[in-house]
Ligand binder design. Structure first.
Ligand code: NAD
Length: 484
């Protein structure tokens, strides 16, 4: 951002940009809390209800757009985002804090996913199946479920809204987006881009705010489905509320992702994988590595090299080219990370590097890359999502124990193994309880046409990204036509 002028964002309700009736959210740069980035309406449940009712009422008006036409609009949005890539990446870094290379990668991922979703407009088919009776033609076809609430987090403030809005619109669902209050400006840019591309203004709403808005979206009888990305705690509550009125849910939630390192692994490759896996977005990716499970035979060698690399990471404001890792998103989140590490110390864990905010960066929400050695898999630090640049090393005797420890938590999002043993690789893939599995790669990263999500407490409902998401935004119907 050249001028560093704070951005004043608005709600988009019933086809118009409007201010809140009440409070205001103020978002500061997490690398420098003296700098105001954006203001946004702290909307009420009443505004959320007007938004829901507005898009639901108007749906008949634009439903004559065919799925290929809707796909073309989404493709146009992808092209516009491409032309504004650098500006949007700079905004992500300013508002969310991640380093600029990560912001650019996020925008590229959003574009790729939108391109794929646009193509769904020509693939939204059912199937023609053999009839049981002569004279009957039978096939399946899909119908949009109706108004959907899209509730998004702050760690991918552009890509996640895009990967929800694009398939929802292509499938024909009216949309209400509620972004995280930490990233109102990024969400606003995205809605502007979809509108500029030709999404009918009455098909989409944007309502800024916190839990009051989210709860209204979940409880309102006109909302047919809720696509939520965020913590397992909030997602579980949403699911319970939605279940009372049988609304559909698509929930992408937390992780406690293991990287297993076996004795035959390429140790340098495993260390680099763990650096990327642990520190991307300052450890604030749902797929970040937070447990490294190492065979005792190579644990000292791995840990020594890993600690040296973590200690050399350059932490600072994300817009600086020489910085490897940016701040955490907010002061409260940085304090939560510090509290996790302090409790681990209290439990007797051994902090080898980090374990505190780095010196000289007090104006922002920074926390040093942290390695905790030899943790007991039963400890909180080994079981709960920290969501910061903190890795616990768990030493195990063999592959079987590594697998047992890896599977011993409630989460099941992503997992990785470093080994050259083909039998172990297949055994791991077969038995690891995770939705995304990487071999000799970090726990994070996924393709823009592959399903994204986990097992156990990490996900619920049809996967996001890729074709599976169609199963959330549409209902499948069977049709029997007697033509005798
Ligand atoms: P969060 O659960 O605090 O908030 C997510 C969203 O839910 C925000 O928009 C928030 O305002 C809203 N919300 C909060 N309370 C609500 C309520 N009672 N009813 C309805 N909405 C409510 O999560 P966060 O801190 O924004 O994001 C971090 C979490 O997201 C981590 O747990 C991370 O693992 C997870 N995440 C998961 C994925 C995935 O695809 N699995 C991707 C990114 C982030």
């Amino acid at each position: 951002m050249d001028s560093k002028q704070a951005i004043s964002t608005l709600n988009f309700v019933a086809g118009k940009w409007e201010n809140a009736e009440s409070g205001e959210i103020r978002r500061f740069n997490p690398a420098n809390l003296h700098e105001l980035v954006a203001t946004a309406p702290d909307s009420s449940a009443r505004t959320a209800a007007r938004a829901i009712e507005g898009v639901t009422r108007a749906a008949d008006g634009w439903r004559s757009l065919t799925a290929p036409e809707r796909g073309k609009i989404v493709l146009r949005a992808a092209r516009i985002l491409e032309t504004r890539k650098e500006e949007v990446a700079q905004l992500i870094t300013w508002e969310q804090g991640k380093v600029i290379a990560e912001s650019r990668a996020e925008v590229t991922r959003a574009i790729n996913i939108m391109e794929y979703a646009a193509g769904m407009g020509r693939r939204l088919g059912g199937s023609t199946l053999p009839s049981e009776a002569d004279g009957v033609f039978a096939y399946t076809t899909r119908l949009p479920i109706g108004t959907v609430a899209l509730i998004s987090p702050w760690n991918f403030p552009v890509a996640i809204p895009c990967w929800k809005i694009a398939p929802a619109f292509v499938c024909g669902c009216p949309i209400v987006l509620k972004p995280s209050p930490f990233t109102p400006a990024c969400a606003t840019r995205i809605v502007e881009i979809f509108l500029e591309a030709g999404v009918p203004p009455e098909a989409i709403s944007l309502v800024h705010g916190g839990p009051a808005v989210g709860e209204q979206l979940v409880d309102h009888p006109m909302v047919a489905g809720i696509s939520f990305t965020g913590s397992t705690k909030v997602g579980t509550g949403i699911h319970a509320s939605a279940a009372r009125r049988l609304a559909k849910t698509q929930l992408e939630m937390g992780g406690k992702n293991p990287q297993v390192v076996l004795r035959d692994a390429d140790i340098d490759q495993a260390v680099e994988g763990c650096i990327v896996g642990a520190l991307d977005v300052s450890g604030q990716r749902c797929t970040c590595t937070s447990r490294v499970i190492v065979e005792e035979a190579v644990a000292d060698a791995f840990t020594a090299r890993f600690v040296a690399r973590m200690a050399a990471i350059r932490v600072g404001p994300g817009h600086l080219a020489e910085v490897d890792m940016g701040p955490l998103v907010d002061r409260t989140r940085a304090e939560q990370v510090a509290a996790f590490v302090d409790r681990a110390r209290g439990d007797g864990a051994n902090v080898l590097v980090g374990g505190a905010p780095p010196a000289g960066l007090e104006q922002g929400c920074f926390y040093a890359p942290t390695v905790i050695d030899n943790i007991d898999p039963r400890l909180e630090i080994a079981r709960e999502e920290v969501f910061g640049p903190v890795v616990g090393v768990i030493r195990v005797n063999d592959f079987q124990q590594a697998l047992q420890v890896a599977n011993s938590v409630d989460y099941g999002l992503s997992a990785s193994i470093y080994t050259r043993d083909i039998a172990r690789i297949f055994s791991f893939v077969q038995r690891i309880e995770a939705g995304m599995i990487h071999v000799n790669r970090p726990t994070l990263g996924g393709y823009s046409h592959f399903p994204f999500g986990g097992l156990k407490h990490s996900s619920h409902g049809p996967r996001e990204i890729g074709d599976d998401t169609i199963g959330f935004y549409t209902g499948l119907r069977s049709v029997y036509i007697n033509h005798e």
